[in-house]
Ligand binder design. Structure first.
Ligand SMILES: C[S@@+](CC[C@H](N)C(=O)[O-])C[C@H]1O[C@@H](n2cnc3c(N)ncnc32)[C@H](O)[C@@H]1O
Length: 394
């Protein structure tokens, strides 16, 4: 299946691909789309028609949980085939994007250094910053150097790799500025709280600020802040926001323990943070969110959905990234509930809500108490998916 997609949005600091890099990106992307829409569906048939019979013969019963299904399926030739291809595509994607960024790194560093500073945002780095171990120990989703890479003076490598890579990783489905998760969150917020006019907003785990900019667009009079761990990703994010004319105040901070005062923000938002965060850190982060929210302030979050599938094979498929795609916290996240996390952070059950968003073929957006179609509920971040929040009342 040949696929042609739009280039990611070419702002002034976006790394540009030359012909061969572009051809490799498109080949990888076409293959990813073909796997998603043409191949993965066949795994259910392999499960029903081959694997279950094999399991019944050796165990005299059906598999009892998703772990048994995983061991069973990873012995199926069909599963081995697509799984190996999917992992190889992931590595090809980052190899290609990494090389593309390295080739033009000096120019990108200059572009960040000489960015126009016209929007009035700021950047605060902390040379004493200690990277959380759960982030430094692994290259999340096989992204080279992960979020904390800082290669040279004024480096922006991690930000540039994140931006170009995220676009292809998500198959372009989160939009040319990779801001689909942030836009969906802001849209949900505006629908649920039409009268709320936040004056101070934090995007926690902002990376390059793709999820911060929609807050700046929706509330131009508010002060918008973004925090993350890596200096290079933040330098890139700051320059990018200035080129795009959006005012955001970025700082390098561990979200488990920030330097913001108590009762400071009207809104603290996260997009896609918790599935990449250890269970212990997730609770600490949410406790910190509760501390820095004003009374009456709102925590609002979106991420990949928790397990909502009765079917054990669906559960195996949803957790594949955890076991084979360098997403070590993915399965732990999908196994918990937003209510568990918020309760551990001290929010009362009456303060917490969870909603599912849906988007129809005309692009109309709606909110629901449950996923409209559970089989689609693993498509987080592209307009559909789960989001949740809580109001701080005490
Ligand atoms: C998948 S990225 C999402 C980025 C951004 N919200 C977006 O939608 O594009 C998750 C981000 O959370 C950040 N993060 C995870 N743990 C953190 C912590 N303890 N402090 C600050 N940032 C953290 C990571 O560094 C990473 O940039």
């Amino acid at each position: 299946m040949a696929v042609s997609i739009a280039e990611p949005f070419a702002h002034d600091i976006m790394p540009r691909a030359v012909h061969d890099e572009h051809a490799r990106e498109n080949a990888t992307l076409s293959m990813k789309l073909h796997m998603t829409y043409g191949v993965y569906g066949g795994d259910q048939a392999a499960y029903q028609h081959n694997a279950l019979a094999r399991f019944a013969k050796s165990h005299g019963r059906a598999p009892a949980d998703k772990t048994e299904v995983r061991h069973l399926m990873m012995a199926e030739p069909f599963t081995q085939m697509w799984s190996a291809i999917a992992r190889s595509l992931q590595e090809m994607l980052w190899d290609n994007v990494g090389g593309c960024v390295e080739r033009q790194l000096p120019d990108l560093i200059d572009a960040a250094q000489y960015a126009p500073r016209q929007a009035g945002g700021s950047l605060r780095l902390n040379p004493q910053f200690k990277m959380p171990r759960y982030l430094s120990a692994v290259d999340i989703h096989a992204m080279p150097g992960s979020y904390g890479a800082d290669l040279t003076e004024g480096d922006v490598y991690a930000g540039a790799v994140y931006e170009r890579g995220a676009y292809y990783y998500t198959k372009g489905l989160v939009g040319p500025l990779s801001d689909g998760s942030g836009r969906s969150l802001v849209e949900s917020f505006c629908q649920m709280y039409p009268k709320m006019r936040p004056t101070r907003i934090l995007d926690l785990g902002c990376a390059i600020g793709a999820s911060s900019l929609p807050w700046a667009d929706a509330f131009p009079d508010a002060e918008v802040f973004g925090i993350d761990v890596g200096p290079a990703i933040l330098r890139y994010g700051h320059a990018r926001s200035e080129y795009l004319g959006r005012k955001v105040h970025f700082s390098q901070q561990d979200a488990e323990k920030t330097d913001f005062p108590d009762d400071y923000f009207d809104v603290v938002a996260t997009a896609g943070v918790f599935h990449e965060t250890s269970a212990r850190a997730s609770v600490n982060i949410m406790k910190e969110v509760r501390r820095i929210l004003k009374p009456g302030g709102l925590s609002i979050n979106s991420d990949i959905p928790h397990q909502h599938h009765d079917d054990l094979h669906d559960q195996f498929m949803l957790d594949w990234d955890c076991h084979y795609n360098s997403e070590p916290f993915w399965a732990q996240w999908t196994a918990m509930t937003s209510h568990d996390l918020m309760a551990k952070a001290g929010f009362g059950p009456e303060q917490v809500w969870e909603r599912w968003r849906d988007r129809d073929h005309q692009g109309n957006f709606s909110l629901h108490d449950r996923p409209k179609d559970p089989s689609e509920s693993n498509q987080g971040g592209i307009g559909k998916g789960v989001f949740w929040g809580a109001t701080k009342t005490t």
